[in-house]
Structures are given as structure tokens and as C-alpha cells.
Design a protein around this ligand. Structure first.
Ligand SMILES: Nc1ncnc2c1ncn2[C@@H]1O[C@H](COP(=O)(O)OP(=O)(O)OP(=O)(O)O)[C@@H](O)[C@H]1O
Length: 307
């Protein structure tokens, strides 16, 4: 393995985390979860769910109004040199050239800067290092911002809809670069996006927010295995009587189709199949009252009892 620092096993841990903006309702409320180190995590949720708020708090740019958040074994912002945050608006200095922007990245991160990696990302987009940031398109700026973020060689990357304004080819290429880089260096990535199908290929972990709370958290395989799409001639009550939790159901030609969280095997007579990540996410978004599920790897350690 490449890392020489003693990386913590948990990259991010939230306990009762909440955030209010002024007198408004809570953007985040009582969120408790942990994000294991080295995972590529999808951060998903409807508009206004609190994704950007969570990422900005983890980057140390916003203070929680309640609860605690630990980032790489420290307070948010304490290990700024080991964390890269790519905000939704990709802030860069418009008057600088790309080359000057990357030089600034090198100066700000003297111990860790990977000039070759940053230069490669810019080159792959066919960008002239002498171009000024203000002359770039939105997608080209995103490429430079990603070059800055990856060049920093962070242990934790917090990416807020990083691919939103990239064309499909650039998205595919940059996602591939990001994933290969994260795998090579064991980087933890927490990445928000609305394009769930794309996340399914790239991510191995999921954090689903809704109404300011954590709705689902865990390894994607574990979460998919915990759910089943059942089809048959029965009612939702038949399933709940057996202890299964019906997240969402609809009646169609062949009978009932439901996404359930299983408690033991499903009775014979129901056809069963594992949901796709998109089916799982959509069902939970459509059913905001469904109970939350955190798998053991995402469940925070119990609070120590103080005497
Ligand atoms: N600076 C701010 N001042 C006041 N309210 C804010 C501010 N930033 C966010 N909010 C509110 O906090 C809530 C969560 O917003 P946030 O941007 O974190 O959601 P999001 O999940 O990232 O949404 P989207 O998918 O639309 O980007 C929303 O209700 C939003 O209106």
C-alpha cells in the first residue's frame, strides 16, 4: 500500500449532527453515521436534502449548530492539507491562468503536491496552460478544479456534484481518472450527484439524505442485499405480516410489485430479484417515511459514558 501516514479507519463520523441557517428550518438534523476510510461514497438525496451543507461542514467551511463531526480523526478544518473540497460552483481565481492556478496549488500544498497528476488532467482536456480561467467554459473550469483537488493528493475528497457540467465523454474520462487515482492511493471519496446510474459504476458505498436526515447508509452491496423487489398476487399486508418492511409498492397487471426490506426469506409464491441501485434510491426518495437503515460499517460507535 502506498500511504505512509497512519490513516484512520473512519474518515468521517457524525453524531447528532445538525445545521440550521438563521431562523430557517433545519438543513440537517440529528445525523449520525460513519464513513469508513478508503471507500468511494455516493452522497445522494433530493434538492435541498443537505448534501452541500454536509460537504461544506466536513470541509470546515460551515459550523454545525448541533452535534459533532470528526474528519480524519480531527475537527473539521483541522487537517485541511489532507482534505480536498470541490464546491458546486468550483471557485477559482478568474484572472489567473491555468498554469498559475496549478502553481498556486503547489505553493499551498508544498509537502504533498503531485504536479504530474494535475498537469495530466489539464492536458487530457486539451487545455492550454496559458489560458485564463475566465476564458474557460464551465466544464473546462471543472477540469481545472479537479486537477487542483487531485494534485493535492488528499486522503479525503469531498466532491459536490463534480461532474454536473461536463460533457458525457469528459465525465466518463474524468470519473475513470478519479476512480483509478482513488484506488491507487486509497483515497476516501464522498461525492454528491443526482445521476445515480453513473454512481453505481463508480461507488461502493452510499449515503442517502432526505429531509435533513440520513435515510440509508452502508456498502452498496450490503444495502442491495438487504432489499428485494417482490412480485406476486398478494398485498403489502401479506408481506408486513411476515416481518418484512415494505418501502414502496404498486399494483400492476401481474399483481403487486414491492420493494421490501427483508426479515428472513420471502414466502414461496413471490418472484424475487435484487433491486438496482437506482431502484433502491428512487423507492426511498418516493417513500420519505420509510425507516432508515444504516449497515454496521456505517453505524457510529456508541458514545463513551463519562463518569
Ligand atoms: N446559505 C444558506 N442560507 C440559507 N439557507 C441555506 C443556505 N444554504 C443552504 N440552505 C438551505 O439548506 C437546505 C439544504 O441545502 P443544500 O444546498 O445543503 O442541499 P443539497 O442537498 O445540496 O441540494 P441540491 O441537490 O439542490 O444541490 C435547503 O433547504 C437550502 O435552502
Amino acid at each position: 500500500m502506498s500511504s505512509t501516514s497512519t490513516a484512520p479507519a473512519v474518515a468521517l463520523e457524525a453524531s447528532g449532527l445538525g445545521k440550521r441557517y438563521g431562523r430557517q428550518g433545519a438543513a440537517l438534523e440529528d445525523c449520525s453515521f460513519r464513513l469508513p476510510a478508503g471507500r468511494i461514497s455516493a452522497l445522494v438525496g433530493p434538492n435541498g436534502a443537505g448534501k452541500s451543507t454536509l460537504l461544506a461542514m466536513a470541509a470546515g467551511l460551515l459550523r454545525p449548530t448541533s452535534g459533532t463531526l470528526t474528519v480524519l480523526d480531527g475537527a473539521p478544518g483541522e487537517h485541511r492539507d489532507r482534505v480536498a473540497h470541490l464546491a458546486q460552483n468550483k471557485p477559482l481565481y478568474p484572472q489567473l491562468t491555468i498554469a498559475e492556478t496549478l502553481s498556486m496549488g503547489a505553493e499551498l500544498n508544498p509537502a504533498r503536491w503531485d504536479a504530474a497528476c494535475a498537469a495530466r488532467i489539464v492536458e487530457q482536456g486539451g487545455l492550454d496552460p496559458k489560458s485564463r480561467i475566465r476564458s474557460l467554459s464551465g466544464g473546462q473550469r471543472t477540469r481545472v478544479a479537479l486537477a487542483l483537488a487531485l494534485g493535492k493528493r488528499p486522503e479525503l475528497m469531498l466532491l459536490d456534484e463534480p461532474m454536473a457540467d461536463l460533457d458525457p465523454l469528459a465525465r466518463h474520462e474524468l470519473m475513470g481518472t478519479l476512480m483509478a487515482d482513488a484506488a491507487e492511493h486509497g483515497t476516501t471519496v464522498l461525492m454528491s450527484s443526482h445521476i445515480v446510474a453513473e454512481l453505481a459504476d463508480a461507488c461502493d458505498h452510499l449515503l442517502l439524505l432526505g429531509g435533513g436526515r440520513v435515510r440509508l447508509g452502508g456498502g452498496i452491496d450490503d444495502l442491495l442485499t438487504a432489499h428485494t423487489v417482490v412480485t406476486g398476487r398478494g398485498t403489502p399486508e401479506d408481506l408486513t405480516r411476515r416481518g418484512h418492511t415494505v418501502i414502496e409498492s404498486r399494483t400492476a397487471g401481474r399483481g403487486l410489485t414491492a420493494l421490501v426490506r427483508r426479515d428472513g426469506p420471502v414466502d414461496e409464491g413471490w418472484a424475487t430479484e435484487e433491486p438496482s441501485l437506482e431502484e433502491l434510491v428512487l423507492a426511498h426518495l418516493r417513500a420519505p417515511a420509510a425507516p432508515a437503515l444504516l449497515t454496521p460499517s456505517t453505524t457510529p460507535a456508541p458514545q463513551a459514558v463519562t463518569a
